[in-house]
Design a protein. Structure first.
Length: 333
């Protein structure tokens, strides 16, 4: 029998159920298949498995034949649980069936487990989200909160990373989560390359709020796109709310409200995220000293950049460069 995995590759298993959403299965295979090293060798191997293996119904007009069973989970480094139409069954016992519980019990302790859309119900049903932050599709948030009060649900974000357990909001948010994991494993340059090849955004700002239908439509003048585009060209400068609002000929109060309505977060928080991404790019792709990276990314000082990178990435600028810079290391400060 052929072995499941190439020993050098990160092993991903996608655990599907009856009524799986085809896009959520396909996007995991597609995105991780695009992640290759300099020689073009795949960095990941993705398998589909089911409990039990065999025919698996989809929400489309075709059926999958899944060759691998739960034994594939025992060798996984990352496990994905996509959504199923079974997640909309109001019966609590439908959240985590006995076969699914037994399958998840085979996942190694070191492995990451990630859900897409309402796949979060399965993770919560297995107790993997107790006491943790999580997200799921906004349309299922109220039911999720009723069933799992011990989970700190955040229905406004695109995905949540709690270390070994990750959740994402909807189908397209699964793309965001996959790119986030590639970025975490191999750096922003590779994640950006995968995004370019898949013709998707490398990083989407904001949260689910931008996709929820509002009772009162926003006026046409509500766009803050010009201010955001201008800010990205001037990240190394001191950017104030007053300066950003002036780009849209708005008051600070109106600009702040409309920015949050559109992007799902405050202008200052958005700016910090963009500066972190700029710092990551400079640390990966240049040999600039750490102090200069801090200035060019808009943090001003290395100490400020170090504080923000540690808060977002859990590491220091020097350690990040040592991990993801492909060439000779620049002197760290």
């Amino acid at each position: 029998m052929t072995a499941f995995h190439h020993p050098r590759r990160h092993r991903i298993a996608v655990l599907v159920r009856q009524g799986v959403l085809p896009m959520e299965l396909a996007l995991v295979h597609q995105l991780f298949a695009l992640a290759t090293d300099r020689d073009g060798s795949p960095l990941y191997e993705v398998l589909t498995c089911a409990a039990p293996p065999g025919p698996v119904r989809t929400t489309a007009d075709f059926t999958l034949h899944v060759e691998h069973g739960p034994d594939a989970l025992a060798e996984a480094d990352t496990v994905f649980v996509p959504a199923s139409d079974e997640d909309y069954d109001p019966a609590p016992e439908a959240v985590l069936t006995e076969p699914m519980a037994a399958a998840l019990a085979r996942v190694p302790a070191h492995a990451r487990i990630a859900s897409i859309c309402t796949g979060a119900f399965v993770l919560a049903g297995a107790g993997l989200l107790d006491g943790k932050r999580a997200t799921t599709h906004w349309n299922a948030a109220a039911r999720f909160e009723r069933l799992f009060p011990s989970v700190a649900l955040d229905p406004d974000v695109l995905y949540v990373d709690e270390g070994t357990v990750l959740t994402s909001a909807g189908e397209a948010s699964g793309i965001d989560l996959c790119l986030h994991l590639i970025r975490t494993d191999h750096g922003a340059a590779l994640a950006n390359d995968v995004a370019r090849r898949a013709v998707v955004p490398a990083h989407r700002d904001g949260g689910q709020a931008q996709f929820i239908r509002q009772a009162v439509p926003e006026p046409q003048r509500s766009s803050t796109a010009r201010a955001r585009a201008w800010a990205l060209e001037h990240l190394d400068e001191e950017l104030t709310l007053r300066a950003l609002a002036a780009r849209e000929s708005m008051s600070v109060r109106t600009f702040t409200r409309r920015f949050r309505d559109e992007m799902g977060l405050s202008p200052l928080r958005w700016l910090t995220r963009q500066r972190v991404e700029r710092a990551r790019q400079l640390l990966e792709e240049t040999d600039l000293p750490i102090d200069q990276v801090a200035v060019d990314a808009g943090f001003g000082t290395a100490a400020s950049m170090r504080q923000h990178l540690r808060a977002v990435l859990g590491t220091s600028p020097s350690a990040y460069r040592n991990t993801f810079h492909p060439g000779p290391r620049a002197a760290a400060s």
